[in-house]
Ligand binder design. Structure first.
Ligand code: SAH
Length: 223
């Protein structure tokens, strides 16, 4: 990828990017740090070149293998919610690396970000993009995220970009005291669930944030 492509021109220029940030603010995103990170990040490098001109629309975009790059609004919303709710961002787990866009948005806020993806070719591309951007605190694994990543846990924060029918107990088990899990949950109708492990009582508190639409959390891995 050359420098000019990375910087963006026309429909991928800085000005186009700025309009996306304005739209996010209109939709209620108010965490300045999240907006700054998204303003600086070229979203067009996370999709195929043919799709690049649509990269700064506030929509999900196809990334192949029946998967999508998440809508910027939901990436921003989940990131800001995670930052509001977590007591530490020392060890963070992401389920569903996909294109790597959410990974890149989240990484500056984490000490170490662990990210799991079940489709190997998507992971390979995400790895390349993160390298191009100089992101160096992310550890990727090709695995089924239903199981979390017990060897690297417990986690202060877990974010899932794919929707299980029910919140996997394994993920709840891998929350550190004070830890927070954000995950879409459901089938045709989904909502964004926030699970918090109370730091003192160890009690698990779940609340539903807002309706969302994500691809399903599937099982097993694809080479
Ligand atoms: N945040 C990503 C979203 C990708 S879509 C982005 O913005 O690009 C969700 C991703 O979750 C897909 O790449 C899909 O392959 C992955 N996924 C679904 N089920 C999974 C599972 N059990 N383990 C790991 N990844 C999974």
């Amino acid at each position: 990828m050359n420098d000019l492509y990375l910087r963006g021109v026309g429909m991928t220029s800085r000005r186009t990017r700025e309009r996306l940030i304005e739209r996010l603010v209109e939709k209620g995103i108010d965490n300045i740090r999240v907006l700054e990170v998204m303003r600086a990040l070229p979203r067009h490098i996370f999709v195929d070149e043919a799709m690049a001109h649509r990269a700064y629309e506030d929509t999900a975009l196809p990334i192949g293998h029946g998967q999508t790059l998440s809508q910027p609004y939901i990436v921003a919303r989940m990131t800001e919610l995670l930052l509001e709710s977590a007591t530490s961002m020392e060890r963070v787990l992401e389920i569903g690396t996909g294109s790597g866009y959410q990974t890149a948005v989240l990484s500056p806020f984490c000490r170490t970000l662990y990210s799991v993806e079940r489709i190997a070719p998507l992971q390979d591309k995400a790895r390349q993009r993160l390298k191009t951007l100089g992101v160096n605190n992310v550890i990727l694994k090709h695995a089924d995220g239903n199981w979390g990543w017990p060897a690297r846990g417990p986690f202060n924060a877990i974010l899932s970009a794919a929707a299980p029918h029910e919140i996997p107990q394994q993920l709840i088990d891998q929350l550190a005291p004070g830890g927070v899990l954000l995950t879409p949950v459901g089938g045709d109708e989904q909502s964004l669930a926030r699970v918090i492990r109370d730091a003192e009582t160890d009690e698990i508190v779940i609340d539903q944030i807002e309706p969302v639409k994500f691809v399903p959390l599937l099982g097993g891995v694809i080479q």
